[in-house]
Structures are given as structure tokens and as C-alpha cells.
Design a protein around this ligand. Structure first.
Ligand code: SF4
Ligand code: SF4
Length: 578
């Protein structure tokens, strides 16, 4: 049966068809939906892990235990998981293990634009790169076979355009995976230096064998059309090349590492001019040139994503300006109306605190009018950075706070809080606990009280957790983020202390618990002084009528969160039902 699937749905389907036993992941756009879709299959176990390193380790344990295992993450997640996967390359696997990593060229929702192909070379692991959903399914299934044949983890690289584009996929039945008994092989699985030295040689030998596979007819097909131009490309860039240059000969690299250099050389001899079209880093180009094969120069930016138009522009030697659809209204990113983070950010802004921020919806607290974030580096960095500031600049801990979400705190923030306590820091940490992983689309986490299937599970008690790692109970405060006065009072008290403090907010994301939505508010035009204080909350439901010079509430957006009535000194805002 044929079905139209997104790339992410196809990756999940591959897990089903390949007889996978365990999928463990941490959400991250553009990879999140793979695990969400996988969780709908009852034939295998799925979970949200606390971070990508943990997810990778769960997958390794599952492979060791004899079940095919998959883990999915975005490119920056692979940084977090890089520690175990680098050594997994040495141990090898038992049952097949595939890690899907989704890059985000143009950074639609990411803090950097790294190119994950480097990890394949760095870790000496094969990497496959599909160009559409059909290949996403096929390559993932083949990834398990390669993993088992060569005793290696296999990386499958996606990108936003493959993960979120829908194409036709032929559905197949689930086939039970080959049987693997749990392994107890110390020489294989314990990477003390003596074993690791031996394994390094095996890894190098494995690379050569996989290179032979890459050279075989099964992978990396080339098609000779017009011989004047030959293009080496992979993944989504292949689609762009086929559309932009339908007559050009192409060598499509299904396996983007290791590279089939003999095949590339043979292809280069069949065409007059050899080009490489790839997004982000000149990964293929550097390798191909290093092998002594001439590559024609294309003046290409190393930033952002390609398109068929961009490929046309490259070959015509003209500047490429992506077309923007001006029919769409400009909509700056903003926290949702009723977001539980807004009040705390407003309080932080009023106190003019320096904020080491983190990754999540609350990163949007950076934007005007809240302007309450000063740094964002990576998941979990806020607390460590606040501690560094504290140690480097006298008095900074009294003027700064680290702000982090619940999911990010569990991801990698907690380690930094342990470090702060252990090293006698003075930072104040604000955990914005909205009980869900908001930014990636509201996935549950260990603080939500339910698992990936919505089944009840134990819920993290942040107060007891912080106490247990040594934060003085007097310095752990719970506040209602919609109570701005209280937030300011608590922030002042805790930042003044010469000890680690933790402030925990206690209101859910508006999408985690819709029962918090109340009757909307409206503004009495005749009472409104036009002071603009309510508009400085940055709530998308509060609009400014420039002609009348009064504020106005869009009641279709208002969730009745009460925040605006707390700032209006003129009693101009009232709830509809009252
Ligand atoms: S999804 Fe939830 S946490 Fe994120 S901005 Fe919207 S209300 Fe806030
Ligand atoms: S805070 Fe009150 S008085 Fe000021 S603009 Fe808003 S509604 Fe009008």
C-alpha cells in the first residue's frame, strides 16, 4: 500500500518495519515527530529520555540486550550524545543501532547551523542521507542491516526539508529482526585502554570494508545524462539539482560517509566538468579535492539552505536572493497569550537583572518589550554561565539570574546546579516549570507526571530534588509567575543572598493544561489612560489603537491569565463575565 508520509513519519515507519525493539529520544525540531509517530506503534517500546546522551545510552543498552534500537535527535542533540556514540563506534553493537540526526540549515529553530556529516567522519561511522520520505524509510531499514553486518552504529542524516516534507512511501509489513542474545563480552564492551587499542584497529579495518560497500552498485548511483556537467550531491540537494539542472549527470551519494572515492573518480572521468552541490560545509568538496580530483568552483555561501532556484543561481554565477512571500503578514516570534513565563520575565525586566538564558519557549523573553535575556548558548548552559559570572565578576550574582525551563533543567541544567552548590556559588536559578517541553510541541518530560503515551508516571519534585543536592531549603521558593509583585519580591530576596537559590514557577504551559483558561478580558476605552504599561507585557492579545491612543484586547486570543490587570493602575481592564 502506498501512503503519503512526511520524512519523520517515514523514519518512524522504518522502525516499525525493521522490527525495532526500543526507541529513545529527546525532542528537538526538526526531529521531534519521528519519536512521536513511533510511539503510536504498539509493537515496540518508545520513550522520551531526559537528554540525547541518555537516549543514546538507552539505545546502546537495548542493542546490547539483543533488540534493534533507534534514537532520534536534532543536530545539536548529537553534540550532547557525542560522548557515548564516539565510544560506541569502538565497542560496536549487538543488535542493530541507528541514530537519526536532523540538521537545520538556515536555523529555523536552532542556535547554530552545524553540519552533522563531520560526526560520521570524526566517529568513523557510516552515514546515510535520504532525499525524501521513501528513502528515509529505506535507508533507515538498511541502516539496521549495515549496523549488524559491520558491527557499527549507523547515522542517518535528515534535514528540515526532508523531515517535514511529504512524499509517497510504499508501506511494508513489519519483519521480525534477526535474533541477538544479550551480550556479555568484556573485551568488546569494556573500553579500558587495552581493549580500546585493539578495537581502534578493528574500527579502521571496518571503515575500509564499509568503503567497499559504498563503492558497490547498491549505493551511490550515478546517472550519465548530458556529459558537459556532472554533479556530486546528496539528500535534499540532489532534488534541487535534478530540478534546476535536469540534463546534468549526477552522482547521488546515498552513503555520505565513508565516501566512494573510486566511484567519484570514475564519474569525474565521464563528465567534462565536475561540480559538487551541497548545503552547509564543503564536506564532499574538501574530501574530493584532497583525493586529487578536480572540482569546478561554485561561489557558494556556507550559510543557510539551498533550493532549486539557488542552484540555478549558482550555475549562472548570479547572486541569489530568496523570494519572500509578502502576502503573509509579518508575525514576530512571541510567547503565546497566557504563557506562564511572561510575568516572571516582566518582573526580571523591571528589576533590570542580567539573565543567562537557556533553550526553550522562554528564549523569546529576549525580544522587546520584555528584553529579559542576555545570553543563550545551548541546552543547560544558563546555570553554569551564571556561576562563571559569579566567580568572575564581583557582585554579579546579586544582579543576575539564570533562567531555565523544566525540561532543560532535567536535560543538562541539573548537573550545573550541582556544580554551583558544590563550588559554593551564589547564583539564583529560576526554573520556569510549565510541566512540559513547550517549544518542541508539548512533549511530556520527567516533571509532567505522564509518559510518552500519556500514562501516569512519578513526577519530579523540584523542591526535594534541589534540597537533595544541597540547596538550603530556605533558598528554594515557589512563585506564581502571574503574580508580578511577588515575583519581584522573591527575586530581590534571593539575589541578595550569598548562597545558591532556586525560584520555581508553578503554572503550566497554556497547552499543557487548558483548564487554566478563563473568561477573556476587555479594556474600558474611557478608563484607559494610554499609559502603555499593559502593552509592555508583550502579550499578543493586547493591541495598541494608535488613533484613539488606547490599548485594546483581542478577546479571541485572550486566555484570561490576569497578568494585564496586575499592571494596569487605572482599573481599565475587566474580565468579560464580571
Ligand atoms: S507553548 Fe506554552 S510555554 Fe511555549 S510560549 Fe506558548 S504558552 Fe508559553
Ligand atoms: S495599563 Fe491600563 S491604562 Fe495603561 S494602556 Fe493598558 S489598559 Fe490602558
Amino acid at each position: 500500500m502506498k501512503k503519503v508520509l512526511s520524512g519523520n513519519e517515514a523514519f518512524a515507519r522504518a522502525a516499525y518495519e525493521a522490527g525495532v525493539g526500543v526507541v529513545s529520544s529527546y525532542p528537538g525540531t526538526p526531529s521531534t515527530e519521528i519519536t512521536e509517530c513511533a510511539s503510536k506503534y504498539k509493537e515496540f517500546y518508545t520513550e522520551w529520555a531526559t537528554n540525547e546522551k541518555v537516549a543514546m545510552e538507552v539505545a546502546i543498552g537495548a542493542s546490547l540486550g539483543g533488540k534493534r534500537a533507534m534514537t532520534c535527535m536534532k543536530h545539536v542533540g548529537l553534540n550532547v550524545a557525542s560522548d557515548p556514540i564516539m565510544t560506541l563506534s569502538y565497542t560496536g553493537v549487538n543488535a542493530g543501532l541507528v541514530a537519526i540526526v536532523a540538521d537545520d540549515p538556515n536555523m529555523y529553530s536552532s542556535q547554530n547551523e552545524q553540519d552533522s556529516r563531520h560526526y560520521a567522519r570524526f566517529g568513523k561511522m557510516p552515514m546515510l542521507e535520504p532525499c525524501d520520505s521513501a528513502e528515509a524509510k529505506r535507508f533507515t531499514k538498511e541502516g539496521f542491516a549495515i549496523s549488524e553486518e559491520f558491527c557499527t552504529p549507523v547515522l542517518v542524516r535528515s534535514c528540515t526539508r526532508v523531515s517535514h516534507t511529504q512524499t509517497v512511501v510504499e508501506l511494508e509489513d513489519r519483519v521480525e529482526a534477526p535474533k541477538f542474545a544479550p551480550e556479555n563480552d568484556i573485551q568488546k564492551w569494556v573500553m579500558i585502554p587495552a581493549n580500546a587499542r585493539r578495537k581502534h584497529k578493528i574500527v579502521e579495518n571496518r571503515q575500509e570494508q564499509i568503503t567497499e560497500l559504498a563503492e558497490s552498485d547498491k549505493y551511490n548511483p550515478y546517472v550519465i545524462r548530458d556529459k558537459s556537467i556532472g554533479v556530486v550531491c546528496a539528500g535534499v540537494a540532489y532534488n534541487y539539482v535534478r530540478e534546476a539542472l535536469p540534463e546534468a549527470s549526477t552522482l547521488k551519494l546515498d552513503m555520505v560517509w565513508p565516501l566512494p572515492m573510486k566511484k567519484i573518480l570514475a564519474f569525474s572521468k565521464l563528465v567534462d566538468k565536475l561540480y559538487v552541490v551541497e548545503e552547509l560545509d564543503p564536506f564532499f568538496e574538501t574530501e574530493i579535492k584532497a583525493a586529487g580530483i578536480k572540482v569546478e568552483k561554485l561561489e557558494r555561501s556556507l550559510c543557510g539552505e539551498l533550493s532549486a532556484d539557488a542552484v540555478c543561481a549558482l550555475f549562472e554565477g548570479r547572486e541569489y536572493e530568496p523570494e519572500t512571500d509578502t502576502s503573509l503578514p509579518f508575525r514576530p516570534p512571541n510567547m503565546c497569550p497566557g504563557c506562564s513565563h511572561r510575568g516572571m520575565f516582566y518582573a526580571i525586566n523591571r528589576l533590570k537583572l542580567f539573565v543567562t538564558g537557556d533553550i526553550g519557549c522562554y528564549t523569546l523573553g529576549l525580544l522587546p518589550p520584555l528584553k529579559a535575556i542576555n545570553t543563550t548558548v545551548c541546552m543547560g548552559a544558563s546555570i553554569g554561565m551564571a556561576h562563571g559570572l559569579d566567580k568572575a565578576a564581583d557582585g554579579m550574582s546579586q544582579k543576575s539570574v539564570a533562567v531555565i525551563g523544566d525540561s532543560t533543567f532535567l536535560h543538562t541544567g541539573i548537573n550545573s546546579l550541582v556544580n554551583t552548590v558544590y563550588n559554593r556559588g551564589h547564583s539564583t536559578v529560576v526554573i520556569l516549570d510549565n510541566t512540559i517541553t513547550g517549544m518542541t510541541g508539548h512533549q511530556p518530560n520527567a516533571g509532567s507526571g505522564c509518559d510518552i503515551h500519556g500514562e501516569p508516571v512519578p513526577k519530579i519534585d523540584y523542591v526535594n530534588l534541589c534540597k537533595s543536592i544541597g540547596v538550603n531549603p530556605d533558598n528554594i521558593r515557589i512563585v506564581d509567575p502571574f503574580d508580578i509583585t511577588k515575583c519581584m519580591e522573591v527575586l530581590k530576596e534571593e539575589t541578595s543572598k550569598k548562597a545558591p537559590s532556586v525560584i520555581i514557577t508553578n503554572k503550566p504551559c497554556i497547552f499543557a493544561d487548558r483548564s487554566v483558561i478563563e473568561e477573556s478580558y476587555f479594556i474600558h476605552e474611557d478608563k484607559c489612560s494610554g499609559c502603555t504599561i499593559c502593552t509592555r507585557l508583550g502579550c499578543p492579545a493586547i493591541l495598541w489603537d494608535a488613533e484613539k491612543r488606547v490599548a485594546h484586547i483581542d478577546e479571541t486570543l485572550c486566555t484570561g491569565c490576569h497578568l494585564c490587570i496586575k499592571v494596569c493602575k487605572f482599573g481599565a481592564i475587566e474580565q468579560r463575565s464580571k
